[in-house]
Design a protein around this ligand. Structure first.
Ligand code: S3P
Length: 444
């Protein structure tokens, strides 16, 4: 017991990062491949016929977990830096895993893979780290059970999951919560079900699965908020070029906007409109974010971003909620930090989903913003952050959450005094080179 406590303290000290304020950020930077798109590319390549080549695959721990799970299912994978070659085994060609599959911290790995595992002719177990074991799985168990899968979960709703795979029936499913992970889980299961599976979304969520399926040769029918696929499908191996991750770029966009005299050029960033809520909102507030050289990589829009320091005016209305939340769900931590520096601050509502992310992000944001001296009001489904208000350096608890660690590292750049982000190595979950990239653009 004592040893565990000591090890935890030692580990958090070892990986704690000290952040001092900087004068500005400046330069050119490339961001690693998009995490959401990388997961999908790897999973679809693993059920395609033939060898696929994925370029700019994300180095994120989450995406490496997906590759490890696929290898455990008998898929041959070679990885050279950001280039990954995957020999697909067809939709039902995987072999039964010999051990429990481990999704680590990755909600996308466990939820999307569950859809494909549900239609296999073998049983599998899948779990994740402590954070993932606390996240809701009922939302995928329910539709997969309707499709005929037999899934047993701890307390009926948490990982580890036992998936008894078998023949699936198509369904039409109205999503009770806006979630691209749940939508994608059902569509992937739909590839294995004979007939048409339809998912109806309450609001649009990221459509990377739809675009990636199309790229692998599977027709996807779209009508308003309904997305349909027909099975059994056949996927054709292909080459996939993965855009830079806008959700990772967001931290540097925020730094460039907040620090005076800053200018950043961020190349090859994915600007899929289902993901650009952060950019769209900030531009409405007067942010100088130019999209240059806009082009498409297999249906995914990509651009070079040029970001300059900007004075942000209050958005009208100064409350965000509704459809916009899905389009900037992963950027809310950094947006909350930015709100402290905005004229008029910001109110975020209808964002209760943040309580079931890698941490309870509304709690983690409130706690850490208060540690930095900010006035914050916490609601069940959001936050009210008055602004502008000064931040002072503080000791930050990342709550084991990569985006909380990165958001408060950026807060440290604009605070007075020194900030310490404990257990900061959690950034590797999505952006292992975050601190070296920050070092590269920071000017003191
Ligand atoms: C993701 C969907 C979102 C997002 C997550 C990645 C995906 O989660 O927050 O980081 O890759 O589909 P939800 O679908 O649970 O909202």
């Amino acid at each position: 017991m004592l040893r565990t406590v000591w090890c935890n303290i030692a580990r958090s000290l070892m990986s704690s990062k000290t952040i001092d304020p900087v004068r500005r950020v400046h330069g050119m930077i490339a961001i690693p491949g998009d995490k959401s798109i990388s997961h999908r590319a790897a999973m679809l390549a693993a059920v395609a016929d033939g060898r696929s080549r994925l370029l700019n695959y994300s180095p994120a721990d989450d995406c490496q977990r997906t590759l490890a799970c696929l290898e455990a299912l008998g898929v041959a994978i070679e990885q050279r830096g950001a280039e990954v070659s995957i020999v697909g085994r067809g939709l039902t060609g995987w072999s039964a895993p010999q051990t429990m599959l481990d999704a680590g911290n990755s909600g996308t790995t466990i939820r999307l893979l569950a859809g494909l595992l549900a239609g296999q002719r073998f049983d599998s177990w899948i779990t994740g780290d402590q954070s993932l074991q606390r996240r809701p799985m009922q939302r995928i168990i329910e539709p997969l059970t309707q499709m005929g899968a037999v899934i047993t979960a701890r307390d009926g709703r948490f990982a580890p999951l036992h998936i008894h795979g078998g023949a699936l029936q198509p369904i039409t499913y109205h999503l009770p919560v806006a979630s691209a992970q749940v939508k994608s889980c059902i569509l992937l299961a739909g590839l294995l079900a004979a007939g048409t599976t339809t998912v109806v979304e309450p609001v649009s969520t990221r459509n990377h699965t739809e675009l990636m399926l199309t790229h692998f040769g599977v027709p996807v029918a779209l009508s308003n908020h309904a997305i349909s696929v027909s099975g059994p499908a056949r996927l054709r191996a292909c080459e996939v070029r993965i855009p830079g991750d806008l959700s990772s770029a967001a931290f540097f966009i925020a730094a460039a906007l907040m620090l005076p005299d800053s200018m950043l050029c961020i190349s090859n960033v994915g600007i899929n409109p289902t993901r650009t809520g952060f950019i769209d909102l900030l531009r409405r507030m007067g942010a100088s974010i130019e999209l240059e050289n806009v082009r498409q990589w297999h249906g995914e829009p990509v651009a070079d971003l040029v970001v300059r320091s900007s004075h942000l005016r209050p958005a009208s209305p100064n409350v965000i909620g509704g459809e916009l939340i899905a389009a900037l769900i992963d950027e809310i931590p950094i947006l909350a930090v930015m709100a402290t520096q905005m004229e008029g601050g910001l109110t975020i509502r209808e964002a209760g989903e943040l309580r079931v992310k890698e941490s309870d992000r509304l709690r983690a944001l409130t706690e850490n913003l208060r540690r930095m001296g900010a006035d914050v009001e916490e609601f069940d489904d959001g936050l009210h952050i008055p602004g502008p208000q000064p931040l002072h350096g503080a000791q930050i608890d990342a709550y084991g959450d990569h985006r909380i660690a990165m958001a408060f590292a950026i807060a440290g750049l604009v605070a007075r005094g020194r900030t310490q982000v404990d257990a900061s190595d959690v950034v590797a979950v999505s952006f292992p080179t975050f601190f070296s990239a920050l070092e590269q653009i920071a000017q003191r």
